[in-house]
Design a binder for this molecule. Structure first.
Ligand code: XIL
Length: 338
């Protein structure tokens, strides 16, 4: 209707995205999506359990329909996600012994599964995506010693089977695909949450720096990791100054940054007081101002869902539109950065 489209408000700054499911690609939801956004992320459809539920059985039909529809509607697509400790089938890195206990696969077997998944999926979607979250959420929530970034990695099943270098191995496998297709323009991202925590931001910084520095020794002037994704799952008590510090830390790596899953919890039990609604709107405004101030280094700002009714954190009202798709203070905060 008469609302300023988000993508118009930020057309000189960065892409504006949203997380989608198939239901968002029809009717009024598609209207709202297309009016405000120029890029989409599959909320679930491109996760490992969706694309390769059993070994060698790649199931692309649903994701293909989504990607093709998004592109037909004039939006771009971001790829989420190749390597993660959730929504990933156990067979990729874990086996069951004769007693029925689960045990990690050997490093060699797990590496084959890691590389095969990454490379098959990337070759399949090809240049239809602008970027991939190659590795998601590898770091512990609040690393005690960020200088020891390997020791700060969460004990994900991939890490148990392969070792701390699974992150590097994943990016090397993804980079090989791009090297085979120099005509593709795709950015490889490391993506994580709690990234406003300065210990965690520092551990991520140290990891990306170490992996990119090592890669540059054999590939002068080239990067292994192109971008850092800040999920930005915040709440009304998040301190925007910490977001700024983390953003500037990641930018100082010389990589691009994207805000990949932005939402701000406010209230609970599906209740949102006017006071909290305004606090939420103000925090959105403060964050968008910080992002605008660094727009030269930010490729994309993606919200994690269209409306409070379908949000993954629905009971805490985190998005710009309410369950009736009406604009909240949060929308006006995003449109009026402060
Ligand atoms: C969430 C989806 O939104 C939910 O529908 C699903 O049940 C769980 O995953 N970090 C991520 C996203 O990288 O993939 C997650 O998405 C939210 C947290």
């Amino acid at each position: 209707k008469d609302l300023v489209p988000l993508k118009t408000a930020y057309q000189n700054d960065f892409l504006i995205g949203n997380a989608i499911s198939a239901e968002d690609l029809e009717g009024v939801r598609l209207e709202l999506l297309g009016m405000h956004h120029n890029v989409a992320t599959a909320g679930n459809a491109m996760k490992p359990d969706g694309l390769q539920p059993t070994k060698g059985n790649f199931t692309f039909t649903a994701a293909d329909a989504m990607v093709d529809k998004v592109r037909a509607e004039g939006m771009q697509m971001h790829g989420h996600v190749l390597v993660w400790h959730q929504q990933s089938p156990a067979w990729m890195n874990t086996t069951t012994d004769a007693q029925g206990n689960s045990a990690p696969l050997s490093r060699e077997e797990a590496l084959v599964n890691l590389r095969t998944h990454i490379q098959t999926v990337m070759e399949h979607f090809g240049n239809k995506v602008i970027s991939w979250d190659v590795v998601n959420e590898a770091m512990n929530d609040n690393p005690g010693n960020p200088a020891d970034w390997q020791g700060s990695l969460r004990q994900a099943p991939w890490k148990t089977a392969i070792g701390a270098d699974y992150v590097e191995q994943a990016f090397l496998a993804a980079r090989e695909v791009l090297d085979r297709h120099p005509e593709w323009d795709i950015k490889l991202y490391y993506n994580d949450y709690n990234e406003d925590n300065q210990n965690k931001a520092q551990a991520i910084y140290n990891m990306v720096k170490a992996l990119n520095d090592k890669y540059a020794l054999t590939h002068p002037g080239k990067k292994l990791i192109d971008g850092v994704g800040m999920q930005a799952h915040y709440n009304v008590n998040t301190n925007p100054e910490n977001v700024r510090l983390s953003l500037e830390k990641f930018i100082s790596l010389g990589v691009e940054v994207s805000i990949t899953e932005l939402d701000i919890q406010a209230g609970s039990n599906y209740q949102l007081s006017e006071k909290l609604a305004n606090a939420q709107g103000y925090l959105y405004a403060q964050l968008m101002q910080i992002f605008k101030d660094h727009a030269d280094h930010i490729a994309r700002v993606t919200f994690w869902g269209l409306d409070d009714g379908t949000s993954w954190r629905s009971s805490s009202n985190p998005l710009l539109f309410d369950k009736n798709l009406q604009a909240k203070s949060a929308y006006y905060g995003v449109i009026n950065p402060a």
